[in-house]
Structure formats: C-alpha cells, structure tokens
Ligand binder design. Structure first.
Ligand code: DMJ
Length: 634
C-alpha cells in the first residue's frame, strides 16, 4: 500500500509492513490542520452571539461589547481556581480535587437544576429616626404578648437606630447567642475576604460562587440577603460597609441575564425592604423599587400569573420548560405578596400591590382538586398543570404567604386567612400521614398517588402552623398546634437519625426506614434553615425548652461538620462519618439559618410577632398600622 501524501496518514506501510509514524507533518498537512483549527475557533466564538442574552441586541457592534462585557464579568469564574497551597490540609486538597469536577458539585448549577431533576424524576414514574406616626396599638391577645421595651434614639440619615436587645435572662442562653453571633462573624468576614460582591462564598477553596438562581452574574446576593442579620446582631460596621456597597455598586442596569423573579423578590427586595423599615435610609427603598420595576414585565401574561424568569435588560420573560408544559410554579408566583404589597405602601405606587392582588384573585376563583392547590399553573391558559401537590419544593411558601399576608395587614386581609384555613384543611385531610411508628409527616401527591416523602423544605410548616394556631382562635387552632409539634418532632428525628445530626434534603417513610433519606441524591444538607425556623417559632410560642436544646444540637453539628477555615459549607451526605463538603456557603445561611438561631436564643422583645412578620427568607417586615417602622408613604 502506498501513501497518497495527503491526509489521512494514520499508519504507513512499506512492503506491507507497518513503519513508525513520522514525527512531523508535511507543509501541506500543516496548512490543512491550521485551517481546520482556525475554523473551529471562529465557530466557537460566534456561538456567543447566539446566546439568548445577546441575540436580541440592536447591532453587531453592540453585541460585540456585550460578549466582551460578559466575558470580563465572568472571567474569574471561567478560570480554573488555583490548587490549594501545599500547606493546606489534606482535607482541603481532597475537596479541591473533588469539587473541580462539575459532575460532583450539585451547587454549581444551583437549586433550580435540583428542582428540574425532581420534576424529571416525577415524570419518570418517571437610616432615619423613628417616623412620627400616629399609631393605634392593636395588641393581639392571642399572641404571647410582649412589650417592646426598645427605645429608639432620635437620629439622622447617618445614625441608624440600633435594633438590638433581646438578651435572655439566663446567662447560659446569652452565651449560646454570642456563639451564634461569632458564627455570623466567621461566615461574613470570610465572604468579605474571599468573595466580596460575588453571590456566595466557596468556603473551602476560598473564592466566589455565582449560582444560577441569581442568573450567574455576580450580584452580591450574600450582601443583600445578609444585611438585616448584621443589623439584628448589632454588627454595625459590617452593616455600613454592606450598605455602601449597595448604594455604590449594586446597579440593576448591569444585569443582563435571566433571573428568577421569586429568588430576587424574596432575597433582594425582601432584604432591602427590611433594611428600609429598620433605618429609613432611602437607598434601601430606592434599590428595592428599582429591582421590583425590573421584575414587572414578568407579569405581562394573559392571566397575570408571572413567568418564572425575567431578563432585566430586555424585559422578556419565560418559564422553565421542565415545569409541566412551561407552567409557572405555585411556590414562586405565590410568594410575592408581602414584598410587593409593602413596596406599594412605602413608595405610594399601587402597581406592585395590584400585580399580587391579581394573582390572589386568579387563585381564589379557580376550582381546586379536593380543595388542594396544584404546584403548576399555566400563565397563558390560566389552567392548572399537573396535579402534583407539595408542602415542600414547588408548593411551600405559597401557603406561608397566605397566613402572613393576613398578619402583615394587621388581620384586615381576611380573604388571605380564609384561603389559608381552607387550603390547610385540605392539606391536613389529604397530605398529612402517620408512619407505622407514629411519626407525622406531610407526604406529596402525584394526582391520586401518595408519595411517602417529606422535603427538608417542608419542615417550615411546623412553625407556620404554630403561628396560625396562636394568632386566631378557631376550630382549627388546637389541631394546628398539635400538628405543628408533631411535624417538628419528625423533622428533628430526621436530624437525629443521621450520623452528623444534620438532616437530609428529603426523607422517606417505608417499611424499612422512617425519616431517613434512601436515595443518594437526597442525602445532602446545604445549610438550609427550615428545621431551625420551626424550633424558633415553637420555642417562642410554647416556651418548651426542648426546642432550644434541639437548636443547640444543630449549632454543634454545624460547627463540627460544616465549619471550614473560610466559612461554612454544606455536606454531600449527612449519613457519612466523614462527609464530603460541597464548598458553598448559601446566602440563606446568613439570611435565615443564623438569624433564626440568634432569635431562638433571644427573648421575645427582639422582633416580636405582634409587630413583625418574617418573609420566607427570614427578612422581617413591619405590621401595618401597628409597627411605627412601617413608614407608609403619605
Ligand atoms: C430559602 O431561599 C427560602 O426559605 C425559600 O422559601 C425556600 N428555600 C430557601 C432555603 O432553604
């Protein structure tokens, strides 16, 4: 066989015998290879211009700048991080090797992808002074009544009233609270040191992390989410530094990618509005309003039910393709009410409240299968998607906002309370289950089929039902309280039955196992707050010391397994004796987990329930007509 002298030149033969390959190419071959490589490079580069963020732009030059801008912004995240230094622990080195394989990092694509996986699995079945405001004190006789003994010093825009206090009389409890504050300091300082301005911190590899729930751009999510925790803990220097970042660096017009309407609302708008209530600093109100204005185009659907994602730059919005034929998700469009209603009141612009009132109206008049709210609603047809129901992922905070909208309105919004009680009657009837050993849990429904699984997310329900029980005396109150205690007990069991004493993402009830995760994909813990949140509500509303004991168990477990030299990390398997760390400090760890722990070890004077209502990200919002911090626009 003779060679043609042109590609391919895999193997050469002389007299039928293979001969070693030549070490270099001929010049014709070299030119062909160069041509092929150059063509590939041009094709790769051009694909940038077909990404959704760049497609709609006016001209080529503008697109060029956008691509350039985006690459510049994402630069640090595109680069492979440096390996751990030689003097770093073998553990850090082991984690580094593991984490840098994206397959191994469930957080590299964020919570949203996890939800997607869940759906696929289903288918498989497959600062100013205190405002002068005439306030009629409406004390709620059924809420553990507390006197707000705080005196707010007169101030100016530069002097924030310090909302501290809440020290428990018991010294050992005060020490526990100090410990929680120290944890916040460790989490915050390391975020400042290694990830300032990025969305989240990677505490093991000590760098920033930009999760896709925020649209993959660095938007300082930990700053916006963590601000009010700093304030609550009296970390005022840190608070002011964060406030200045918001004032100077946070710019809604720099956001070019699609962002989650829900996440941005609960974390960013919610966090900023709390800071506005606390301080009266107009920076917080203005930024909250600027963000909310960017969310508004998502509501432009035939039904008024917003889409899940909105592009801040173009205003285009869409739903996730995986969500039951591009439906909107109940827990997302049902968790906008508190922030939007309050924003209307502080800005004097009714547009925000009108949008969420419309959602309420649509939901209220729809027919509900067995009185239950399915997780999916198609915003174009205005009809339900698949009849899947959950107190965990995809459903959870919708129920929360019905009760809390009523509380926020000083109990004037009776429609919301009625919808809450009606929904809960159906949930208790169809979804509440008791295991063979007597554990109560909220199962999930797939049409008529019961799936005996409860999400960590659903563990917020203990606190919610306790709050419902204590704020209105009706036929359901004592049942609510019984279920609240029983479900919180089960959630504690899910922690107690793991090696690390931290709970898995979901746990199941089968003949062989109860309150335990069975699948590998359900065994992780990402610093979620819901179980601790329920300990806080139940402690405050029952004064049973066991809830503080359980909270302290969680603190010890967090310290033992999640504390890293550079912050706090989640775990990949709570049942492992040596759990791998996921190297992400979620922004809700600052906003919620640490805040609820701090409140658990405070007395009732700190953010009393008759003055404040916590949004789903633990940002406290004032109660209208009762709390002078409401700062309604006149
Ligand atoms: C938070 O962002 C909120 O609590 C939300 O409602 C659900 N989950 C996370 C924390 O787990």
């Amino acid at each position: 066989m003779t060679s043609t002298g042109i590609l391919p030149t895999y193997q050469r033969f002389v007299n039928g015998m293979p001969v070693p390959l030549r070490r270099s190419f001929r010049s014709r071959e070299r030119s062909v290879i160069c041509l092929v490589v150059a063509t590939l490079c041009i094709i790769c580069f051009s694909t940038f211009f077909y990404l959704p963020e760049f497609r709609n732009s006016g001209g080529r030059v503008e697109s060029m700048y956008k691509v350039y801008d985006q690459i510049k912004r994402s630069g640090p995240d595109l680069l492979i991080p440096p390996p751990p230094k030689l003097n770093e622990s073998p553990e850090a080195q082991r984690i580094y090797r593991h984490e840098d394989d994206p397959k191994n990092d469930p957080h590299i694509i964020g919570d949203r992808e996890k939800l997607k996986a869940k759906i696929e699995e289903d288918h498989e079945i497959k600062v100013l002074e205190r405002p002068e405001q005439a306030v009629t004190e409406k004390k709620d006789p059924e809420v553990a009544s507390v006197e707000d003994t705080e005196t707010v010093p007169p101030g100016s825009a530069k002097t924030y009233p310090l909302k501290q206090g809440g020290e428990d009389r018991d010294e050992s409890v005060r020490k526990k609270r100090d410990k929680v504050k120290e944890m916040m300091k460790h989490a915050w300082d390391n975020y400042v040191r290694y990830a300032w301005g990025k969305n989240e911190l990677r505490p093991v590899s000590k760098r920033g992390h930009n999760g896709s729930v925020f649209g993959s751009q660095p938007l300082g999510a930990s700053i916006l989410d963590g601000l009010d925790t700093l304030y609550m803990m009296g970390m005022m220097e840190e608070f002011k530094q964060a406030r200045d970042w918001v004032a100077k660096e946070f710019d809604v017009n720099s956001v070019v990618s699609d962002v989650s309407v829900f996440e941005v609302n609960i974390r960013f708008v919610g966090g900023l509005l709390t800071c506005y209530a606390l301080t009266g600093d107009p920076v917080f109100k203005d930024k909250a309003q600027q963000i909310a204005d960017k969310l508004l185009p998502a509501f432009n659907t035939p039904s008024g039910i917003p889409n899940a994602l909105v592009n801040f730059k173009t205003g285009s919005s869409k739903n996730y393709g995986w969500a039951s034929g591009s439906s909107s998700i109940l827990s997302e469009f049902g968790t906008l009410h508190l922030e939007m209603a309050y924003l209307s009141d502080v800005t004097g612009n009714t547009i925000y409240r009108n949008k969420v009132d419309k959602i309420r109206h649509v939901l209220n008049q729809m027919e509900k299968p067995n009185g239950l709210f399915p997780n999916y609603l198609n915003p174009r047809s205005g009809k339900w998607g698949q009849h899947h129901m959950s107190m965990g992922a995809l459903g959870d905070s919708f129920y929360e906002y019905l009760l809390k909208a009523w509380l926020q309105s000083a109990k004037e919004d009776t429609e919301a309370r009625q919808m809450f009680d009606d929904a809960m009657s159906a949930v208790l009837k169809h979804m509440l289950q008791t295991s063979s050993s007597g554990l109560s849990y909220f199962a999930e429904l797939k049409f008529e089929r019961v799936e005996h699984k409860m999400d960590h997310l659903a563990c917020f329900s203990g606190g919610l039902l306790a709050l419902a029980a204590k704020t209105l005396n009706n036929d359901l109150s004592s049942r609510y309280m019984d279920v609240a205690k029983a479900v919180t007990h089960t959630c504690h069991e899910s922690y107690d039955r793991s090696y690390t004493k931290l709970g898995p993402e979901s746990f199941r009830f089968t003949e062989g196992a109860e309150a335990r995760a069975l699948k590998t994909s359900e065994k992780y813990y990402i610093l979620r707050p819901e179980v601790i949140e329920s300990y806080f509500y139940l402690y405050r509303l029952t004064k049973d010391e066991k809830y503080r004991d359980w909270g302290w168990e969680a603190v010890q477990a967090l310290e033992k397994y999640c504390r890293a030299p550079g912050g706090y990390t989640g775990l990949k398997n709570v049942y492992s004796e040596e759990p791998q760390q996921d190297d992400v400090q979620q922004s809700f760890f600052l906003a919620e987990t640490l805040k609820y722990l701090y409140l658990l070890f405070s007395d009732d004077n700190l953010y009393p329930f008759d003055q404040w209502v916590f949004n789903t990200e633990a940002h406290p919002l004032p109660i209208k007509g009762v709390n002078p911090y409401y700062r309604e626009s006149v």
